[in-house]
Write a protein that binds this ligand. Structure first.
Ligand code: PLP
Length: 393
């Protein structure tokens, strides 16, 4: 069975009524025949049939034993960190999602969990940074916003040898492009807000575990902490997943064309896209992903906030907004938006230059998208020329 067929038919027909769309069980509780005697559901925080369908689908798509659906990607990440105890250490990728950085550094550090940020694109750095307290390796691949690629299989071997859990935030790839569990990871998390939902209309997070045992611990945390996904939003994620493969294929095709166009543009300095041969660890992306995704970042030759602002305010189809992975193309300026809270020097050292712009390439016609970005870039070039001439005169 091909992936597309498997995906579409992983969404079950309702066994009760034959409804081809998964029913939304908008309920808080379930009537019992006698105390403790029920149809598998007792209270909707603990379990809900609509959410249970989504949890089964994502477990199947990732090749894991269990899935768990949360109210946001960050709630999903939070549940994984709760597997740890005071005194444990997390070894995390340095170009980590800003929200995960905030959660680790400003919440969990106070509870005695230590975080060690490492450039995981080089496996040797991971080996060097391990300590006897390291209990969790946290990868994100590709990363946000510089699309760094880490070798999941090699790092999984190190984790296994040292009895350390490996969790991969696979949001940028989605299960359509990458299966971390097959490469040796123990846990996969997703912000389903992005490609899985796919329509910029919900906030959701997912955790998939390789083993039932680990999955039971996550389920326990999900019920104990309570940050569950609602039945309505579970249904919306299921609805999004129905077209995941189709959407992601087109996101990849469009992004590759836009990236290749940007490389040759006179206004551009660097382009970050794993599908470009010159991208650092392109060969690893090619090995562990079945496509390179829909996110591109680039910097301008004129590396200033002002030049970047002119570009992000000069497009018509690329809308200026945070988030990514939806049908409509978006762009953002990390230095003043998603990464604003990080001190300028730290931010620049991590590759988030003043002029860095991130594109979430959507599903519009690619020629329209290229023309849109070309007009904004060319305008900036012209403005610079006018300023340069004025200065010279
Ligand atoms: C957006 C995002 C998150 C957080 O997800 P929310 O649904 O916004 O809470 C985590 N990791 C990555 C890589 C993301 O892009």
């Amino acid at each position: 069975m091909s992936n597309a067929t498997k995906l579409i038919h992983s969404i079950p027909v309702d066994p009760l009524t034959g409804s081809i769309s998964v029913p939304i069980y908008q309920t808080s509780t379930f009537v019992q025949e006698a105390p403790g005697e029920n149809k598998g559901y007792d209270y909707a925080r603990s379990n809900n049939p609509t959410r249970a369908v989504l949890e089964k689908i994502i477990a199947d798509l990732e090749g894991g034993a269990t899935g768990a659906a949360f109210a946001s990607g960050l709630a999903a990440i939070d549940a994984v960190v709760k597997l740890l105890q005071s005194g444990d250490e997390i070894l995390a990728v340095d170009d980590i999602y800003g929200g995960a950085f905030r959660l680790f550094t400003h919440i969990y550090a106070k509870f005695g969990i230590k975080i060690n940020y490492v450039d995981t694109t080089d496996v040797a750095n991971v080996i060097d940074a391990l300590t006897p307290q390291t209990k969790l390796i946290w990868l994100e691949t590709p990363t946000n916003p510089t699309l760094k690629i880490s070798d999941i299989e090699s790092i999984a071997k190190i984790a296994q040898q040292n009895k350390i859990l490996l969790c991969v935030d696979s949001t940028f790839a989605s299960p359509a492009l990458q299966q971390p569990i097959a490469l040796g990871a123990d846990i996969v998390v997703h912000s389903a807000t992005k490609y899985l939902g796919g329509h910029s209309d919900l906030i959701a997070g997912l955790v998939v575990c390789k083993t039932q045992e680990l999955g039971d611990q996550i389920k326990f945390i999900q019920n104990a902490s309570g940050a569950i996904l609602s039945p309505n939003d579970s249904w919306l994620v299921i609805r999004g997943i129905e077209t995941l493969h189709l959407r992601v294929q087109q996101h990849c095709r469009n992004a590759q064309a836009v990236a290749e166009f940007l490389v040759d543009h006179p206004a551009i300095d660097k382009v970050y896209y794993p599908g470009l041969k010159e991208h650092h660890n392109h060969h690893i992306a090619a090995k562990q992903q079945s496509g390179f995704g829909g996110i591109i970042s680039f910097t301008l030759k004129e590396d200033t906030e002002l030049a970047a602002k002119n570009v992000v305010c000069g497009t018509q189809y690329f809308k200026l907004a945070e988030s990514l992975g939806g049908v409509k193309s978006l762009l953002c300026h990390p230095a003043t938006m998603t990464h604003k809270s990080i001190p300028a020097q730290t931010r620049q050292a991590a590759g988030v230059a003043d002029s860095l712009i991130r594109l979430s390439v959507g599903l519009e016609d690619v020629q329209d998208l290229i023309q849109d970005i070309d007009i904004a870039l060319t305008k900036t070039l012209q403005k610079n020329r006018v300023v340069a001439e004025a200065n010279a005169a």
